[in-house]
Every structure is written in C-alpha cells, then in structure tokens.
Ligand binder design. Structure first.
Ligand code: NAD
Length: 459
C-alpha cells in the first residue's frame, strides 16, 4: 500500500484509540448529520441513480434512499437503549456476583459495496458502523460511478478523514494491498460470491471477522394451488425491478406443469401493464449497468426458447423483460446467477422433483414459494437452506427491519438491518463483578474432600 494511504489508515487507528467515537452523544450526532445531509442531497442522489441505473425517483426512494432514512431513524431512536449493558443471571457457583453483557465497538471497519443498489448497500452498513462506535472506511463500487462519486463527496464533506473515509477505484486493485498492510477489525462485504471468497481469504490472514452478503440463484416456486394472478404481479415486480439486477430477485421459476400456461400468460400481460410494450421507453424500467454485464446477459438468450421479450440494444443498455423456456438444467442459465431481466421457466410434476432441482444450486440467498397449502409451505421451508424468503411474495422480506437479512453458505454469512445492523458492528462483551465481602473457602485449594459439595453447586 502507498505510504500516504498507510499513514492515513494509521491516523484512523489512532483516532479510534482516543475513544472519541464511542460515546452515545458522538454517535448520535454523526447519524443526525448524515441524515440531514442525505435529505439535502435528495435530488443529487436521484440524479446519480438515474445516471448509473436509470432508476426513477419513486424507485430510487422506495429501494434506496427510503431504506437508508428508515434505518437511520430507527437507529437514532433506539441507539441509547441498544448501547446499554444488559444484566443477565449468574450461576450458583458465582453468586453473589452480578453479570452484565456490554456492547463493545469493533474498531476500524471496512465496508465494501456493490453497484446494483449502490446507495443503500453502502450507507446502511455505514449507519450500523457509526452506531457501533467504530471508525469506518467505505469502498463503494466503482462500477456505479456517479453514485460512487456522490457518496465520496457526501462522506468527505461530513466526516473527518480519520473517522470515516472513502476509498475509491477498482476494487481488485485497491483492496488487496490495503488488506495486506492494515488490519481491520471487521470487513462487511456485499457483492458476488467469487470476490467474496477472495475477501474472506485476505481477511483470514489477519483473523479479521467478516460479514459476507453474497448472491446466488434464488428460486421461485409456484405450486398448482397458487393464486396465479397475484403470483404473476409479485414475480414480475421482484424479477424486473432494477432490470433484474437485484440480489434477491427470483432467479428462475419452477412452476407446476398444470398451471404453467396460465401463469406464463399472466406474467406476459403483467409485463406489458408494468413496463409497456417498449420497455426501453418506459420510465418504470431500468438499464443494464454496463457493457460487460450487457454482453454476459445477452449470451444467456441462446440457451432456450424465448416466450416473451428477448429484444436488446447495447446503445441503450436495454434488455427487454424476457421469459425463456426449454432451458437445460446444465446450461449456464441454470448454473450461474443471472442477475438480469431474464427469467427461465422450468416445470415440475411433484414437489420432490422441484426440491431436487433447487438443491442443484445450494444455499440460495432468497427463496419464494407461491401456494395456498400450509403443508406445502412447511415442506418447502423445511427442505431448503436459504438466507430468507417469502410465501406468496417476492423480495419484500428485505424491507422488514425486524428480520435479520443475510445469506447462508454460498450466499454469505452474518446478517443486518435494524437492530441486527447494530449487532453486526458491535461485539458482546460479558463482564462479571464479584463482591469482596463474601469469599468462601470452598472456592480455593485444597479442593480435596469437597467433591460432594462441588457437585451440588456446579450442577
Ligand atoms: P463484485 O463482487 O464484482 O464487487 C463488489 C465490490 O467488491 C466492489 O466494490 C468491487 O470494487 C469490490 N472488489 C472487486 N474485486 C475485488 C477484489 N479482488 N478484492 C476486494 N474487493 C473487490 O459484485 P458486484 O458485481 O458489484 O455485485 C453483484 C453481486 O453482488 C451479485 O452476485 C449479487 O447477488 C451480489 N449482491 C448481494 C447482495 C446481498 O445483500 N446479499 C446485495 C447486492 C448484490
């Protein structure tokens, strides 16, 4: 790492060690400042998200800025209570000691963000990191370049660089030297699984704990007893919002053979209703982030029979909402995370057969099932290991701040949102306090002859 950067990292460490970031007043003041600034920059945030991903204002608010503001409001409201040490019981052998669990800050933490929801996926962890009393380095994705610049501008104008700073640039170039020469106390990474593994390995060198918010193939199952019209609307919304570039989007559809035709007809008409027949002209429909992603997605179109959509235009970064069938389970469309507006549809006869298909790509980040049967719902929830999900809905579980949001296995480790974000950026520190007025000889050698008594007390 360059000397100047190493010096500035050491300054951050020094500032953390002064203890200045740990009082309730300091943390709250920073969050209030951040909130005020975000409200002032509302239009600039919309402009950046439009430039990067063609998100309209309403979508940008509902899926980005609004999430950030509600997280910040919840955190400001509850921070003092969350920070308080919690008294817990004490076992008999330690009485009359008292026991408390403190919430310790972690130290200097690194947040690495992706490009698809570039505001909320960098700023929600930042809120938690500040609330946790830490110093923070944020690395937004360089791929969403307008938002990257704006986040950098907001953070550098709000915070001293020895408290919160942004590091910009190509992640593969700037992160490895940083992680080699400087020990972070926690890394919070959101992005693809392949890079997640690289980050995890680099963190292991310093035994730095990580939160990994990764991707994967999130299945959407539609059973024969599903409410088809509602299912179609919720699948189309979850799949095609942000032009399919959503980590929790339904990646592929598994539909019972008996309702396949009807569901596809509903999905097609819903796409027309939501995005019109020329979705490139629609303010409701986003664009593909860049040429690299566009080219990757277009190659998928050859791997099946297109039932709807399929048109695309590189100059407009546009790929139409596309439904595709006759897709082999071995094709890239069913082996890689699609992360774009292409929905493969695969039919099944029995739930057991569908479960086997889901198990080909273990540990989805999200899982969705549409059914009116409690038994089927239970069977699916019990048989698939997934991060989080919905019954008769897609994606909206993300918005419930009472839920821990995160993956499992290949889709990640750790979780956040609401109180869980604060938990992720703090550490439980148990402390026992023992009075000196009571000091029985039982607790000291010689222990021989005390076995019967010890058995009684310890059990
Ligand atoms: P990515 O893995 O390409 O990049 C994510 C971040 O990592 C960027 O900031 C990038 O600069 C940085 N990076 C790249 N190479 C690096 C390296 N060698 N070392 C360290 N950092 C490096 O991911 P992406 O393309 O921005 O995002 C898409 C993926 O993220 C999808 O798989 C999606 O499912 C996943 N995702 C997951 C969530 C979630 O909450 N679980 C949310 C959004 C996206």
């Amino acid at each position: 790492m360059e000397n100047a950067l190493l010096d500035s990292m050491n300054e951050i460490r020094k500032f953390y060690e002064t203890g200045a970031t740990r009082s309730y007043e300091f943390r709250k003041m920073q969050l209030v400042k951040l909130k005020k600034m975000l409200l002032e920059k509302e239009q600039e945030i919309y402009d950046a998200l439009f430039a990067d991903l063609k998100k309209n204002k309403e979508e940008a608010y509902a899926t980005e800025l609004g999430f950030v503001l509600s997280e910040i409001n919840l955190t400001i409201k509850n921070l003092e209570r969350w920070m308080k040490p919690k008294s817990v019981g004490t076992d008999l052998v330690n009485l009359p000691s008292s026991s408390k669990v403190y919430r310790d800050s972690l130290g200097v933490v690194l947040i690495i963000g992706p490009w698809n929801y570039p505001v909320q996926l960098s700023l929600i962890p930042l809120i938690g990191a500040i609330a946790g009393g830490n110093c923070v380095v944020v690395k937004p994705s360089e791929v969403a370049s307008a938002t990257d610049k704006l986040i950098s501008k907001i953070i550098s104008s709000l915070f001293a660089p020895n408290f919160v700073r942004v590091i910009s640039g190509d992640g593969a170039t700037v992160i490895p030297p940083l992680l080699k020469d400087f020990r972070f106390d926690h890394i919070f990474y959101t992005g693809g699984t392949a890079v997640g593994k690289v980050v995890y390995k680099m963190a292991a060198e310093h035994l730095t704990p990580v939160t990994l918010e990764l991707g994967g193939k999130s299945p959407c199952v539609v059973e024969a007893d599903a409410e088809i019209a509602v299912a179609a609307k919720r699948i189309v919304l979850g799949k095609f919002v942000n032009a399919g570039q959503t980590c929790i989007a339904p990646d592929y559809l598994l539909v019972h053979t008996s309702i396949k035709e009807k569901l596809i007809a509903e999905i097609k008409s819903t796409i027309l209703k939501f995005y019109s027949k020329d979705s490139n002209q629609s303010v409701e429909y986003g664009k593909i982030i860049n040429e690299k992603q566009f080219d990757r997605l277009v190659t998928y179109l050859q791997h099946g029979t297109i039932l709807a959509g399929g048109r695309h235009n590189k100059n407009e970064s546009w790929i139409e909402p596309t439904i595709i069938e006759n897709v082999s389970l071995d094709s890239p469309l069913m082996a890689e995370e699609i992360f774009g507006p292409i929905l493969p549809v695969i039919s099944f006869e029995t739930t057991e057969e569908a479960i086997r298909i889901v198990h080909r790509n273990p540990n989805p980040l999200s899982f969705y099932v549409f059914t009116s049967s409690d038994e089927k719902e239970k069977q699916w929830i019990e048989n698939v290991h997934f991060g989080g999900g919905c019954v008769n809905n897609t994606a909206w579980h993300f918005a419930n701040k009472k839920f821990p949001f995160g993956g499992v296995g290949f889709s990640g480790m750790g979780a956040y949102h609401g109180k869980y974000t604060f938990d992720t950026f703090t550490r439980l520190k148990p402390v026992m306090k023992t009075p000196t007025w009571f000091d029985p000889s039982l607790k000291y050698p010689p222990f021989s002859g005390k076995l019967k008594l010890l058995k009684r007390i310890i059990n």
